[in-house]
Design a protein around this ligand. Sequence first.
Ligand code: 3PY
Ligand code: MG
Length: 254
Amino acid sequence: MRANQALAKLRAGGVLSGPLMVYDSPDMIAQVADMGFDWVWLDWQHGQFTETTLNAALGQLLGAGHVPLVRVRGHEPGVINRVLDMGAFGVVVPMVQNAEEARAVVQAAYYPPQGQRSGGGVRLGTLGGVGGPAEYFARANDEIMMVVMVETEAAIARVSEIMQVPGVDVVFIGPGDLMLDVRANGHDAAYHEELVLQVAAAGKETGTVAGYACGSREEAEQRIAQGFRFLSYGSDSRVVQAGFEQLRDESKDW
Ligand code: 3PY
Ligand code: MG
C-alpha cells in the first residue's frame, strides 16, 4: 500500500500543514496537487463538493501522489467508511464532544480488530499497490490518519480523555466554532486563548498531536511555539479572495 507520508512525518515529530479546499473545481485541485503541501484537506463539511465531485477530487490528488484528507459533515459511520473507500488517507471529524464520540468515529475508520470498518470500495485495489486490496486491508489501519475536532468549551473540558482514545492521531481546534461557543457562554477572546493553551498542555501530557487552523504565518509560528504540530493554513477561497482584493487595489487609480 502507498505510504501516508503525512502520517510518517507526524510520527517522526514534524510539523504538518496544508490548505483547505472548498471550491468544487477540478482546476483548483489541479493547481494544488503538485505544490508540495504535507496534505490537502477536502472540506465536505463546509465546502461545495458533491459526493461525485469529492470522489473525482480524491482521484486527482491520489493520481498526483498526494495525501488527501476529507473533513466529513458529521459522525455517521457510513460516511467515514465511504470517504476512506474513495481513497482518503485521513478523516477530519468535526464537533467531537467527548471520548465516547471519539471512540465511535475511530471504530468507523479502522478495520477489525481496532474498529468495525467494512471492507469494500473500487479504489482499494489501486491503493493497495502490487498487493491489491489484500495489501490495503492488511495495512490501512497503520496508514489512515484520524483527526478529531474540538470546537466547544464542553469538548475542551474533556480534551485529555479524547486525546487518550486509541486511534486518534490529532485533536484539532476549530477556532471559529470555538469562538461562537465561547461568546454564547458569555466569555471572551482571552478565555478562548486559555482553552487553546489547555489543548496544547493536554497534547504534551498525552503525547497526542494538537492541531489548529491558522490564518497567517505569525499565528502559525505562535501556535508551533505552543506545541501545535498539525496546522491547516489557509484555503483556496482565501487565496482567491486575497488575489482579487489585490487586483482591485492595484487597478483602483489608473
Ligand atoms: C473552525 O474554525 O470552526 C473550523 O472548523 C476550522 O476548520
Ligand atoms: Mg468548525
